[in-house]
Design a protein around this ligand. Structure first.
Ligand code: HEM
Ligand SMILES: [Cu+2]
Length: 841
């Protein structure tokens, strides 16, 4: 290659074997302790799945405790307090520590392979997310062992979870632990979103994506919008508990219903967030098992998008009994029934696929049947519960417990068992041989139905959920006993499934490639897959679930696709235009590093300090986290412009540092979308209180301060304008960044003055909301200042040049957003104040 640009030179290895050795030397993850530094998606994905299964086992043991307790009347096995912790932790573990992380793991493992990439867009971020999940989950389980686990139900309703009624740290464990885990989920969502949109093979347009990628794209979008309300709710409740700012306390202008709205705004979409990945697996597996193509690809895509939209309008069906106006009730009831339509479309598409194909009655198929039966039954009781009068009867009885398990186990656990039998051969390179699989399935299936079908009956006979004992006279004992026996049968079934899968891993029959004759790219890798997935990357010109991995695989392995060579020890993969799939640029990914682990530890210290009320440590940990994040960045930077690079097949593309919108730019866009959702929930939350909380208007308070608000607003606009001038030209960059930094510092100062002047934030929710909004603005500006410092640092170390302006563009996004959010936030007290003048309640 050109001598003037030595770092762009590459050499195509003489043989395929050599190519593989060279790639593996760079992409491999090390052994022993070194493995803690792994960031590779295959490794991290497997970690997520294994850890999630461990939590599933723990949650399952808790379920056994519940069923043992309820097997007879007046059982003395657990007391009321223990029972409360046990059922709360069962729900929390299953929802937050098992279901979400398990499908995240599956997605992280599969997506790059299905899309024809060598790794995810941000390998270190998923490693970081994994550690956050592990630490946060361990907090929760440790709390259970020490008897200080949350005990207010998995949805933690206020005022039960408020300080006066939950004085211990149990509730704090939930709030902080879950927020910690949610951060990891958000990181994974952004990761998944950007990977699907950008890191596909050239030629793979949106309409050629494998259907699983469509599902995960929609799910990731839902997570970005759905999780922030919960994170916000958790923060507000923790602030109320720790610093007495009343958001949920009705005696001081708060409202417990605000918690319920925030919770279910997350909680309802959550159910679909759990179901859709499972449905994605089914849409991938069913056609292969039926030796045909998926029917209604386009219709399915439309259905899942519709489902995502609808699911955000349904949260109120969890709140029919709280006294919502009747008109609203009918609206939400209709919407809830409506969601049966997109669900039905998918079910019928699967049935049509089966009808047109020649089904193989293999083990995954058995679990698919399990899914159909159980999930459809759960859907029917769901439509019943969507009807307001019925819900009024069945609310908070075991009927609801039965419904939710039919949906969750039917819609997630069975599909995931099918997925495990289907993809485990990919992970291990082995196929099942033994005969345990069928009895294991039937034990789970029969045990499940016995356990939960009965709960419909006890529920209809009035047995409330979340009670640790019931009187003999109620006449529920026989039914409960049967239900408990069923649950033990099911447990034995799960144990056999586990044993069966372990047998497969250890003693399965090795195979060469693509045992199912599937049409998706992940089967074009060797199995078990190498660290870099593909020796070279394909060009896709048909729909990516109609490929022929058996012939494509060897071709890619021989280096006949893109990037079939090593360059400077760089870990390279390709990006495309989001929609058309046209080749875009080259991404150089980071090497294995311990930084995600250290950063997650510092993040854990941050949360632990809040939990232990060591508030001096909190800002220290926060700063350490930021410093660690700074240290992440040099690894993938460039110190000089290098221009287009050869990528093989006669094409060239730019390095990601030299393009306008590389994956990290998009990641910031999506992170800001999540941020904006959180902020919107906060502002709307305050207006909700004004509209419907008791004890409004507030006593004669004035929390509007013209001067600091004007100064703050001016400074934020200034920062945004200055940020725009810093586009990589010497001379201009430093000055503009310095102005940006100064402006942000001034706005933080102005808002700090404002914060200190707000009267009695602990006295009334109006002041508390003004305080929270202003605090948000200050935090936003402070991060803007950090980004300005970051820009200066990057400039100083030579990473910014005429065409390498990524760091500045990221800062610019942030400054722009902060200016808009800040103007709204600074106007907010004035608006609220004038509204309280005209009433509310
Ligand atoms: C493995 C078999 C399982 C059994 C035997 C089981 C049993 C139970 C029982 C008896 C309750 C009611 C507790 C009460 O109201 O007093 C319950 C609650 C719950 N379960 Fe399960 N469960 C199982 C699996 C799952 C799975 C896989 C999930 C989710 C993916 C899940 C999520 C929940 C949730 C969210 C609650 C509500 C907890 C609360 O009210 O705070 N369960 N479970
Ligand atoms: Cu719902």
């Amino acid at each position: 290659m050109n001598d003037a640009r030595p770092e762009t030179g590459y050499q195509t290895p003489e043989t395929a074997i050599r190519l593989h050795h060279e790639l593996d030397a760079v992409w491999g993850s090390g052994h022993g302790l070194e493995r803690l530094s792994a960031v590779n998606h295959t490794v991290v994905g497997k970690r997520f799945m294994v850890t999630a299964l461990v939590f599933f086992a723990i949650g399952g043991v808790l379920a056994m405790l519940i069923r043992a307790q309820l097997a007879s009347t007046n059982s003395a096995f657990l007391d009321a307090a223990q029972y409360a912790q046990v059922f709360t932790m069962h729900g929390v573990i299953m929802m937050f520590l098992f279901a979400i992380p398990f499908f995240e793991g599956l997605a992280l493992y599969l997506l790059p392979k299905m899309l024809g990439a060598r790794d995810l867009a941000f390998p270190r971020m998923s490693a970081y997310g994994y550690w956050c999940y592990l630490f946060g989950g361990s907090f929760l389980v440790a709390a259970l062992i020490f008897g200080i686990a949350p005990d207010g139900g998995w949805f933690m309703y206020t005022p039960l979870s408020s300080r006066p009624f939950s004085p211990g740290i149990n509730a704090d464990v939930w709030l902080l632990g879950i927020t910690f885990v949610e951060i990891s989920a958000l990181a994974a969502a952004i990761e998944i979103m950007v990977t699907i949109l950008k890191l596909r093979s050239p030629g793979m347009s949106l309409t050629r994506m494998p259907i699983f990628a469509w599902y995960m794209l929609v799910v990731a979008g839902m997570m970005i919008i759905g999780f922030p309300p919960l994170i916000l709710g958790s923060i507000l409740l923790e602030v109320e508990r720790a610093f007495d700012l009343p958001f949920f306390d009705p005696t001081r202008g708060g409202d417990p219903l605000l918690w319920q709205h925030l919770f279910w705004l997350f909680g309802h979409p959550e159910v679909y967030i759990i179901f859709l990945p499972a449905a994605g697996a089914l849409s991938t597996i069913i056609p292969v098992l039926c030796r045909t193509r998926l029917e209604g690809y386009g219709l399915i895509v439309a259905a899942i998008v519709a489902m995502a939209f609808l699911s955000f309008g349904l949260w109120v069906h969890h709140m029919y009994t709280v006294g919502i106006p009747h008109v609203a009730l009918s609206f939400f009831s209709a919407a809830s029934a409506l969601v049966a339509i997109p669900t039905g479309i998918q079910i019928f598409a699967w049935l049509a696929t089966m009808a047109h194909g020649r089904p193989r009655y293999s083990i995954p198929m058995l679990h698919v049947f399990g899914f159909f039966f159980v999930f459809v039954a759960g859907g029917l009781t769901g439509v019943m519960l969507a009807m307001v009068p019925f819900d009024w009867q069945a609310h908070d009885t075991h009927f609801v417990v039965a419904h939710l398990h039919y949906v969750l186990v039917g819609g997630f656990v069975f599909p995931m068992m099918a997925a495990a039998y289907y993809w485990l051969p990919h992970i291990t390179g082995r196929q099942p041989v033994q005969h345990l699989s069928k009895p294991a399935f039937w034990l789970v299936f029969i045990g499940f139905n016995v356990t939960f079908f009965i709960m419909h009956l006890t529920g209809l006979r009035g047995m409330p959920r979340r009670v640790f004992e019931y009187p003999q006279a109620a006449g529920w004992e026989v039914l409960n006993f049967i239900s408990s026996v069923g649950s033990f049968v099911m447990t034995i079934g799960f144990a056999l499934v586990a044993l069966d899968l372990i047998m497969l891993i250890r003693h399965g029959r090795p195979f060469r490639r693509d045992p199912w004759e599937a049409g998706t790219l992940e089967w074009a890798t060797p199995t078990p897959p190498p660290s870099y997935n593909f020796g070279s990357l394909p060009h896709i010109d048909v729909r990516a679930d109609a490929l022929e991995p058996r012939s494509l695989g060897p071709e890619l392995a021989a280096g006949r696709g893109y990037l079939g060579f090593m360059r400077n020890g760089w870990m390279e993969t390709l990006t495309v235009d989001m929609v058309s799939g046209r080749l875009d640029h080259v991404v150089v990914l980071p090497r294995p590093t311990y930084l995600p682990l250290w950063t997650a530890m510092a993040t854990a210290a941050f949360f632990a300090s809040l939990l232990a009320k060591l508030y001096w440590l909190t800002p220290v940990a926060f700063v350490v986290v930021i410093i660690f994040f700074f240290l992440w960045t040099p690894a993938t930077g460039l110190k000089q412009d290098i221009g287009p690079l050869e990528i093989g097949r006669g094409e060239r593309a730019l390095h990601h540092q030299e393009v306008a919108q590389p994956p990290s730019w998009w990641a910031v866009v999506f992170a800001l979308a999540a941020n904006a959702t959180l902020y919107t929930s906060l502002v709307f939350g305050a207006f909700f209180l004004w509209l419907s909380a008791p004890n409004w208007p507030p006593p004669d308070l004035d929390f509007t301060f013209v001067l600091p608000s004007l100064v703050g607003a001016g400074a934020l606009v200034m920062a945004a304008i200055a940020g725009r001038f810093a586009d990589g030209q010497p001379g201009r960059t430093v000055t503009s960044l310095a102005v940006t930094l100064g402006a942000h510092v001034i706005s933080v100062g102005a808002v700090a003055v404002l914060l200190m002047s707000i009267p009695a934030p602990t006295g009334h929710a109006a002041s508390a909301s003004a305080f929270a909004v202003a605090f948000y603005v200050a935090l936003q500006a402070a991060i803007g200042a950090v980004l300005a410092i970051y820009g200066l640092w990057r400039w100083n170390s030579g990473y910014i040049g005429p065409s390498r302006v990524l760091d500045l563009r990221i800062g610019r996004l942030w400054h722009d957003y902060t200016a808009v959010a800040g103007l709204i936030g600074l106007a907010f007290p004035f608006v609220l104040q004038s509204l309280t003048g005209i009433g509310g309640r």
